[in-house]
Design a binder for this molecule. Structure first.
Ligand SMILES: *Cc1c(COP(=O)(O)O)cnc(C)c1O
Length: 354
């Protein structure tokens, strides 16, 4: 019963098969191979735009390289104060931008409110030499609290950012989960909504290790090949990244994987609905569920072998009654590989009389 994260799952068999199939014979190194070219083509087709893409092996590299391309060393990146780039990347964005400042904006369910963005940007005018210069808005879709921005909300935030001269980055480590939950097209949730650069995740949704940094405007990508190599993120056997991305996107495989992950989270949410003392913190939108559990239930679940993380109380919105002494706030994540029987067992333990 592993609900710790969607990267505790292995890789999809189709993707592993594609890696094996790419293994025969030589192929040019450093991304000059036909698999990487194929990945570029299928990404452009998927997003209905001629885009420039770079494959890397981790989401942190993807975010940090993207921000490094968009933000000067004296610049500022605005993001939610709980964003992965802010809290979970050990300063990689700061390192790859050669020292830019990350500025956290508070907001319910990990979302940035347009009024808060506008107010924050008003406090960072362009020009004064004593202040970092506003450069990028980075949005996480879904957010760290598992919430989604609608395409209209992304457009509104992007318009505010663009009007203030900023560029817009999206951290899409779980892009597929958000996309299938919103029933929209990749283009609508990205470049059509004003996203300039996207960190497009595949690892959490079934790849072995593959993410794409996607530029919807080729001119902005000029420095990326050099920064990727310089930072050690250009794989010599790049064909294996290309093969993963092709298998991920081909025949809608990625959408099927994300639908399964989201459906499993919905089942878990439904099963916990009438479990005694279990409080749902935010409505589930994709494949992450945040609940407050009685400590007794938590102990019983752990004794039964369940894995999940306690979540930071800082992320709780002011309107949520925080956990009492005898309660604990946790995050439950499902993946394409979550088994029905694991959900059933988890729910049965949570519902048991004790
Ligand atoms: C998992 C995740 C990443 C990428 O993390 P890596 O462990 O570096 O692959 C980036 N952003 C978000 C929101 C994530 O959840």
């Amino acid at each position: 019963m592993d609900f710790a994260s969607d990267n505790t799952a292995g890789a999809s068999e189709r993707i592993l098969d594609a890696i094996l199939a790419a293994n025969g014979g030589p192929a040019s190194a450093y991304g000059e191979d036909p698999f990487t070219a194929g990945a570029r083509a299928i990404l452009s087709e998927t997003f209905e735009k001629e885009l420039v893409s770079f494959l890397v092996a981790t989401g942190t590299a993807s975010n940090a390289l993207a921000l490094g391309a968009l933000c000067p060393a004296f610049g500022a990146v605005f993001c939610h104060r709980e964003a992965h780039v802010m809290e979970d990347e050990c300063g990689a964005p700061e390192m790859f931008t050669a020292g830019a400042k990350l500025i956290g904006i508070p907001g319910g369910a990990g979302k940035i409110d347009p009024r808060d963005l506008a107010a924050t940007l008003a406090a960072f005018p362009r020009g004064p030499v004593k202040q970092v210069q506003p450069a990028v808005l980075s949005l996480s879709q879904p957010t760290e609290s598992g919430a989604l921005y609608t395409c209209a909300e992304i457009s509104e935030l992007a318009a505010i950012a663009h009007d203030a001269g900023l560029q817009v980055h999206m951290d899409g480590a779980r892009f597929a989960n958000a996309l299938v939950a919103l029933h929209c097209k990749p283009a609508a949730m990205s470049w059509l909504a004003g996203v300039d650069v996207l960190s497009f995740g595949a690892t959490k949704n079934g790849a072995l290790a593959c993410e794409a940094v996607i530029f919807f405007d080729a001119a902005k990508a000029a420095s990326l090949p050099f920064q990727r190599k310089r930072s050690g993120h250009l794989l010599s056997k790049g064909r294996f990244l290309g093969a993963q991305m092709i298998a991920y996107l081909e025949d809608g495989h990625w959408l099927g994987l994300a639908k399964t992950a989201n459906a499993q989270a919905a089942r878990l949410e439904e099963g916990l609905r009438d479990a005694p003392g279990v409080r749902r913190v935010w409505p589930r939108q994709a494949n992450e569920l945040f609940v407050i559990l009685p400590r007794e239930t938590d102990a019983a679940l752990k004794a039964a072998g369940a894995h999940y993380y306690e979540w930071s109380l800082r992320t709780l919105d002011p309107d949520v009654t925080p956990p009492a002494q005898n309660e604990i706030f946790v995050r439950l994540v499902t993946s394409f590989a979550t088994l029905d029987e694991d959900i059933e067992r988890f729910v049965a333990v949570a519902r048991a009389k004790r």
